[in-house]
Design a binder for this molecule. Structure first.
Ligand SMILES: [Zn+2]
Ligand SMILES: [Zn+2]
Length: 364
């Protein structure tokens, strides 16, 4: 079922970013599982909604694709489109169909609660590089059968000279001065509840406790460099227009952390011959008067190439014929092609044709 994130957070569609944040906090306070009377399911649901609506980019996508983004009726049984914003691993591969990365437990909430309760709770985890979104155009046939697409992205990639460490190769490591090797920075904070200690991963050494003796001359210690990278993304068969493919760890790299993900939004070009309907494909064919009355075999276009369609005698205009297995591949097998046949009534007749038809005197 499509989820209405606005409803979940109890805000209207044009709520400001601030309103959404406030609404989420209210819900989170109310349902926090650690609280008496908390409700974990509702808490998670609110969190899920906030992950999307709290991010302007994700919110725009959600607004644009609405509940269609959650439509599980087509293709791969629900894993297409945005797949409900949850992370679903593709079968043994690096991609999946989910639009957005899952919240990663309550990772992001740590921050929110952090500032809600005045710095309580654990610090941030490992840094994570940003995600990148790119668009890719597919022909109708590519969307049906899958294709390998070359995609170019300009991004922060691990520095080649220092392999992402930020240290000059061979210079060795020393104990981090900032955290004295503990990898943790402790700060004391006064709050209404008394002095609170907050721990966070050391920003200088990224929690490793060590820093290089000499910083890398190429990246100046950043561990990353701007690069144009070309990669081949395997687009699986049966993807629909608007689907978003996630390629893990092909986003922006960050020193001492996990590389972000690459999201590839797929745009399927319109093909005048075919219309997609979930795993089925619709097409139209026109036949003549005599063919409809007497029957015939006509040539039709399928995604597999040209094929024959037998028209039985007495075919009415608007009749539909199903070609099994000529549709879109899915994990339930291939869908069908449905051909709608239109009988064309002749507009201009020769004198002879006219005479023959008059003799036939076909009346219902
Ligand atoms: Zn470097
Ligand atoms: Zn440190």
């Amino acid at each position: 079922m499509p989820k209405d994130y606005y409803k979940i957070l109890n805000v209207n569609k044009n709520a400001s970013a601030d309103d959404i944040k406030k609404a989420f906090r209210t819900q989170a306070h109310k349902y926090h599982p650690d609280k008496a009377g908390g409700d974990e399911a509702k808490f998670k649901e609110a969190n899920e909604a906030y992950q999307v609506l709290g991010d302007p980019e994700k919110r725009a996508k959600y607004d644009q694709f609405g509940s269609a983004a959650f439509d599980g009726s087509s293709g791969f049984g629900g894993s297409q489109g945005f797949g409900g914003f949850s992370s679903r691993g593709g079968p043994g591969s690096a991609w999946d169909f989910s639009g957005f990365q899952q919240a990663g437990g309550f990772e992001d909430l740590g921050d929110l609660f952090g500032d809600m309760f005045g710095g309580r709770g654990g610090g941030r985890g490992q840094p994570r590089g940003s995600d990148i979104q790119v668009d890719a155009d597919l022909s109708f046939s590519e969307s049906v059968f899958g294709v390998n697409k070359d995609i170019e992205v300009t991004k922060n990639a691990a520095c080649e000279r220092c392999a992402g460490t930020g240290g000059e190769p061979g210079s060795g490591m020393k104990t981090c001065d900032t955290c004295k090797g503990s990898g943790v920075q402790v700060t004391m904070q006064r709050t209404i509840l008394g002095t609170m200690q907050s721990k966070r991963s050391c920003e200088v050494c990224q929690g490793t406790g060590e820093i290089p003796n000499k910083i890398c001359s190429t990246c100046h210690g950043e561990g990353v460099e701007r690069k144009r990278e070309r990669l081949s993304v395997g687009i699986p068969a049966g993807v629909d227009d608007g689907a978003v493919l996630r390629v893990r760890e092909k986003g922006e790299a960050v020193r001492g952390g996990r590389t972000g993900d690459l999201f590839v939004r797929l745009h399927v070009k319109h093909d005048p011959r075919f219309e997609r309907d979930g795993i089925h494909i619709h097409s139209q064919s026109t036949i003549g008067f005599t063919q409809a009355a007497l029957g015939d075999t006509i040539e039709i276009e399928t995604v597999d190439g040209k094929g024959d369609l037998k028209i039985p005698a007495g075919t009415q205009s608007g009749s539909q014929f199903r070609l099994r297995g000529k549709g879109v591949p899915s994990n339930r097998g291939r869908g069908d092609q449905i051909v709608t046949v239109e009988v064309k009534t002749p507009e201009r007749l020769s004198r002879e044709q006219k005479k023959l038809l008059e003799e036939l005197n076909l009346k219902t």
